[in-house]
Design a protein around this ligand. Structure first.
Ligand code: HEM
Length: 202
């Protein structure tokens, strides 16, 4: 594997697993101590909140495993079971995320940014799962790339937010990141899916 590609793959594994693990910090330290700004969600709407912060990290942690070609080829049964877990995690955390978005105190721009993300995340992932069940594997793969780009938004959000906070302050930076965390990811996914590929010699 070329060095640049290998570096990207390693970064994808480390970032996905690190953000997923860090996102479960509430389970060890409690919400008040580890994510105080989210305490109002946890108290007012615990089902949506815990569905989101419990299951969204599962989806993120599963991403590198599901794109690992060797595992897919050697253990297709495991790939299918992990795929079901990925879909279920997004169903629960996506619905939870939608409720959090609709009730966020971060302002209307963040409500729309996260809300739209939740709806698109649910729809794109449902389409990917439906295609897998219909054994339309090439199309399933394309829709999973879109779903993964959105799930990976949890990573891009955490990379971008500190920069945006320095540039614009927390309140504006947070509103900006609610869009910037996922729209560019989706555009990159579309570019990967539609870029012209060199024809393979027969
Ligand atoms: C892709 C669709 C997603 C949507 C629509 C979404 C939506 C939200 C919303 C609305 C909040 C509350 C923000 C606020 O009110 O200020 C939130 C918080 C949170 N989300 Fe997500 N989220 C998504 C993906 C993920 C993923 C994949 C993870 C996995 C790590 C994740 C982990 C968290 C955590 C841990 C919090 C609590 C705050 C924090 O620690 O940053 N979310 N999410």
């Amino acid at each position: 594997m070329p060095l640049l590609l290998r570096t990207r793959v390693v970064a994808f594994w480390i970032l996905s697993l690190a953000v997923a693990l860090a996102s479960w910090r509430w389970a060890v330290f409690g919400v008040a101590a580890s994510m105080e700004v989210m305490l109002y969600h946890a108290l007012a709407r615990p089902v949506a909140f815990y569905a989101h912060v419990g299951f969204a990290p599962v989806a993120l942690a599963l991403l590198p495993l599901q794109f690992w070609t060797r595992l897919r080829v050697r253990r297709p049964g495991l790939h299918r079971w992990l795929g079901r877990l990925y879909g279920l995690s997004i169903l629960l955390s996506g619905l939870g995320g939608l409720v959090l978005a609709l009730t966020t105190e971060a302002g209307p721009a963040a409500a729309w940014g996260f809300g739209l993300l939740a709806v698109i995340w649910l729809a794109v992932t449902a389409r990917a799962v439906q295609l897998a069940m219909a054994r339309r594997i090439a199309e399933h793969r394309r829709w999973m790339i879109r779903s993964a780009a959105l799930t990976f938004g949890a990573v891009t959000l955490r990379l971008e937010l500190p920069v945006l906070v320095v540039l614009f302050g927390f309140d504006t930076g947070y509103q900006v990141v609610s869009w910037l965390a996922w729209v560019p990811n989706l555009l990159v996914a579309e570019w990967l899916l539609w870029r012209p590929r060199p024809a393979v010699a027969a």
